[in-house]
Design a protein around this ligand. Structure first.
Ligand code: SF4
Ligand code: SF4
Length: 206
């Protein structure tokens, strides 16, 4: 079976990031890890919120029936920064497992990263973390305005890392690689026309 463009791009990004990080000194790796610390705190808060308030509805609606709308094939955009952060947090074996999933993909309806043991990413992409289907939102958030406000606050925090209407971590991590001559279609903050317009507006009206 011929490899899809999606898988090809993911493989290239993972290999590029792995190669770059392997060439860094221990102190530079430590520095980069410190740079993502606040982001990881944010991710832990989202994961905690999801576990506390959504596990019941997700278990009931999807996991017991195996009908989840989450984790569909090529249904998510992975940002280049997602890859960088995941590689930073992963062991060599975990990165090998990600590459193995991509190289041995046999097609089907499910996300290439979904294995028997769950998602093969150490820290799944931000789009996956923030995804809630309509049913989940209606069941949990529409019925409780306190939870809805807390969820909106988490969404606002997400934008501080990903939405380039100001300098953000996801842009900075792409920039780091671009300065060294790397490029990837997953660098949406440097290639997506919509996001480039957002950056341009910020540059003109900071
Ligand atoms: S968010 Fe929606 S689709 Fe995803 S597991 Fe929960 S109920 Fe299912
Ligand atoms: S990357 Fe992981 S969490 Fe995201 S859709 Fe694929 S299996 Fe699901």
């Amino acid at each position: 079976m011929e490899m899809s463009e999606y898988n090809q791009q993911q493989i290239e990004a993972f290999m590029m990031v792995r190669q770059y990080l392997q060439g860094l000194s221990r102190s530079r790796v430590g520095q980069t890890k410190r740079r993502i610390r606040n982001y990881l705190r944010f991710r832990a808060d989202v994961a905690g919120f999801q576990a506390l308030h959504f596990s019941e509805v997700c278990t009931h609606k999807c996991f017991t029936n195996q009908t989840s709308a989450c984790c569909g094939r090529e249904g998510i955009a992975t940002f280049f920064a997602d890859v960088v952060i995941n590689v930073l947090l992963s062991s060599e074996g975990e990165i090998d497992a990600v590459l193995q999933a991509l190289f041995t993909d046999r097609g089907g309806f499910k996300c290439v990263y979904l294995t028997e043991a769950g998602c093969v990413w150490r820290l799944k992409p931000i789009v996956c973390e923030m995804f809630l289907c309509r049913h989940a939102k209606e069941t949990v958030l529409n019925a409780n305005h306190v939870l809805r406000t807390r969820w909106e606050n988490l969404r606002t925090r997400e934008r501080r890392y990903t939405w380039p209407s100001r300098p953000v971590l996801f842009d900075e991590l792409e920039e780091l690689f671009i300065r060294l001559g790397y490029d990837s279609p997953l660098m949406y903050l440097h290639h997506s026309p919509g996001l480039l317009r957002v950056k341009e507006r910020y540059r003109k009206f900071p």
